[in-house]
Ligand binder design. Sequence first.
Ligand SMILES: [Zn+2]
Length: 90
Amino acid sequence: MTPMILAASDGGSDTGSFVLFVIVAAVAYVVHCLVWPFRACRKCGGAGRFRSPSGRAWRYCDQCGGRAAQVRLGRRAWTYVMNTRDRSKH
Ligand SMILES: [Zn+2]
C-alpha cells in the first residue's frame, strides 16, 4: 500500500510543480516582452523594405510599413490587459 500512496503523492507534486513552472515561464515571457517589445518583421526579415530585381528601386514592406519591426504577442497582450484595467477604472 505504501508505494501506491507514495506514487500518488509524487504525481500530485509533479503536477503542482509543472503548473508553477508554466506560471513562472509565462511571467518571465511577459516581462521579457516588456523589456524587448519588438521582434524583426517576418516578411522582410528585419530589413523594412524590399528591393526590386534591378536593385535600384525599393518599396516599404507592407507587413510592417517600413519599420522592420513587429510588436511581440506578449507585449500586445500586456497592452490589452492594461487598456482593460484603465477602462474599468473610469
Ligand atoms: Zn516587414
